[in-house]
Design a protein around this ligand. Structure first.
Ligand SMILES: [Zn+2]
Length: 161
């Protein structure tokens, strides 16, 4: 087995604050928010320069993902337990006896079935892999961790070789 290097990126600025709700998850079904922190790990064979990633390329990609989600209302676009009505300026969500209306510009429709850390880490990992793979041929896998608060996180890893 060839030696492999692993890069771990855990910068304080790879953070966002956002609101969400989780249907059928007890008190989490009520509208609430978190501080989320992203960690990214990448593995592979170092190139002739001795590197597998260019931090100057990958850090802005992670920062941009965080910026997109920061101070937004996260809505699970693929959750068939709620109805989403998208108007010109508003998004209406209804489920059970509840109805939320948010300014459209304050929302992110995330292509996931629920905005849990498990699903968010999967979404971030797939998105980052799509950006990283073409410019980083030595990266063989990527793992994204999404930490919610101080002591719980989910990770998602995909092979990009
Ligand atoms: Zn939550």
């Amino acid at each position: 087995m060839k030696p492999e290097s692993t890069i771990k990126i855990f910068r304080d600025e790879h953070h966002f604050a956002a609101a969400h709700f989780l249907i059928d998850m007890g008190k989490c079904e009520r509208l609430h928010g978190h501080n989320y922190f992203l960690t990214v790990e990448l593995g592979g064979q170092p190139d002739p320069n001795g590197a597998i990633v260019d931090f100057n390329v990958i850090n802005p990609m992670i920062a941009e993902l965080c910026r997109t989600f920061d101070h937004k209302m996260l809505i699970a676009k693929e959750d068939d337990r709620h109805a989403i009505t998208i108007g010109a300026d508003e998004i209406e969500i209804t489920f059970k006896s509840k109805r939320f209306v948010f300014p459209k510009e304050d929302c992110v429709l995330v292509p996931v079935q629920a905005t849990t850390v498990e699903r968010l880490s999967g979404y971030f990992c797939e998105t980052l892999a799509g950006h990283v793979a073409p410019s980083h041929p030595n990266v063989e896998w990527i793992e994204v961790g999404v930490r919610e608060g101080s002591a719980q996180m989910a990770t998602y890893r995909i092979s990009i070789k």
